[in-house]
Design a protein around this ligand. Sequence first.
Ligand code: F6P
Length: 357
Amino acid sequence: MKRIGMLTSGGDCQALNAAMRGVAKTLFNAKEEVEIYGFLNGYQGLIYGKFRLLTYADFSGILTKGGTFLGSSRTPFKTIQDPDENGLDKVAAMKQNYYKLQLDCLVILGGNGTHKTANLLREQGLNVVTLPKTIDNDLWGTDMTFGFQSAVDIATDAIDRIHTTAASHGRVFIVEVMGHKVGFLTLNAGMAGGADIILIPEIPYDIDKIVEKIKERHDRGSAFTILAVAEGAISKEDAALSKKEYKKKMEKYKYPSVSYEIAEQIKEKSGLDVRVTVPGHTQRGGSPCPYDRVFASRLGSEAGKLILKGEYGFMVGYKNREIVKVPLEEVAGKLKMLDPKASIVKEAKMLGISFGD
Ligand code: F6P
């Protein structure tokens, strides 16, 4: 008999349900008897003992559903070892609930912050297997996270729709794409949507280079320009600031996000009409794309296999087109960023896409 705890933590994304279904079906289809307890709203459920015993029916009909049927929350790693407002030791509480339910293993689905806490629990002696979720694709140890491809589809669709209206009006349009501090989502959606300028955090931009590119397009007879701008995009000047100086700048920052700052600068320098579109959380919403359904199901199934073999302390990831197990201590606390020298960046540049550098 195996007793498993399961939780989804951090920002949600598509295919969380598909991944959990993959784990559960693999376990339920095995010879061994299995009980799966679902903790509600991420680590909060594990800390405060909010859980329920899940049945086969809980995992049925959820392959195509977005979000997470267990709920999720952000429980920052920074403060995980601080007592809560009532003095509760959160790490001790998680361990207590794990032992009270006599769990053999926790299956934790999450991104960067989630993996830091998962690794801490492993260090504290709990058995943990994790799955890599995030639309940002910024998790160390895996070439791909589930949720990413679905978000690429949505952000691409946003750019496609902007394309037609931008062309009709001869406007400059900025589509701001999520991705936190990395540019995978923006680069892929930008290329798929035919953006003329792609700005990502890994390649700081020069506003004059952006305006130059827009003018060059105008001179060639293209009245409109599309920019795919990562929410974490940063100018060369800002990138050169110290952490302290940057923080000071941000205290007086008047724009809702970097795209609005760029829009104002383009307007000032070119006199052109600029609009900003922010698809925001739509990029994390709705049904997973077929790729993510298959991918998350495969990762989930491999996680189930590890649990059946009693192999714990791993994230199930994807490297060089193979599903692999990556030790949690290698994953935790590291951010995967896009390499500005990657061939995809070179190819994009050869296509005439400007990165504003
Ligand atoms: O990590 C996923 C993500 O959607 C990022 O792309 C974005 O920066 C962040 O989460 C938004 O967080 P929240 O849902 O807490 O507003």
